[in-house]
Design a protein around this ligand. Structure first.
Ligand code: ZN
Length: 255
């Protein structure tokens, strides 16, 4: 870590000490240190193997039982089931315990923020969660592991027990609309932020990336922590590119 980085860390840490409402926006980069690959990044699973992206496209999923069978197998094997929160997740949980965290907007579907100790009501999951299953027919919602038990028991594409409809993870797939209430809430908390931390996100997926300019326009101090440059770096008052599990505990006063 350079002296410049340490100075930036100190500056952001002071902002947080002085305010009541910190809003964090997290993306795949916060979970890579927990062993969960970034699907869309430069080294991403989808970037390197576009065929894998098909599994995540709602049209293919609804139309093709083979895509669904492959999806169930990939859900069973998902690294998130064995993953543990890393110091980056724990730092944001510590920030909440300090009474500083107004809201945590996440693009991640792994629920590692909640596992780390952030309360459910503070976490805004704009892309849903892989830990629940949903019926595309009747809207039934249940724990993903219960449905995965059925897959393990031999059902390769388990239908909804209430209506016979197609089940999938309660995530927002490609081609699927975001939940308007969830996005509205993300925009609202961004407007209320005094400090806005964008962590491990490329800030290229809309509308959620739009929370940063909203926070900035409303007067928040903006810090971007991401390995690669982002299109919004010019809007940031502070910019750091080191390891998130190293930086975030320093910034959040968890060290
Ligand atoms: Zn159903």
């Amino acid at each position: 870590m350079t002296a410049d980085d340490l100075a930036v860390i100190e500056r952001v840490r002071k902002w947080i000490d002085e305010v009541q409402r910190v809003v964090a926006l997290t993306g795949a980069g916060i979970s890579t240190d927990s062993g969960i690959p970034d699907f869309r990044g430069p080294q991403g699973v989808w970037t390197k193997n576009p065929a894998a992206e098909k599994l995540s496209d709602i049209r293919h999923y609804m139309a093709d039982p083979e895509v669904r069978k492959a999806s169930w197998r990939s859900r069973m094997a998902h690294p998130a089931w064995r993953a543990q929160p890393n110091p980056g997740h724990l730092a944001l949980a510590a920030l909440e315990r300090r009474g500083k965290l107004h809201a945590l907007i996440t693009q991640n579907i792994d629920e590692l923020h909640q596992v780390a100790g952030n309360s459910r009501q503070r976490v805004i999951e704009v892309h849903g969660t892989m830990r629940k299953a949903v019926c595309m027919g009747c809207g039934w919602l249940g724990p993903m592991q219960e449905t995965l038990e059925r897959v393990r028991a031999g059902e390769d594409d388990p239908p909804c027990r209430s209506c016979g409809g197609i089940l999938k993870s309660a995530t927002v797939s490609f081609g699927q609309a975001l939940v308007p209430e969830v996005i509205d809430r993300a925009m609202r908390v961004a407007e209320e932020a005094e400090v806005f931390l964008a962590v491990g996100t490329s800030l290229q997926v809309y509308p959620v990336a739009g929370t940063l300019p909203v926070a900035r326009a409303a007067g928040a101090k903006i810090a971007i922590l991401n390995a690669e440059p982002t299109p919004m770096d010019a809007l940031a008052h502070a910019r750091l590119s080191g390891s998130i599990s190293d930086l975030l505990p320093r910034i959040c006063g968890a060290l």
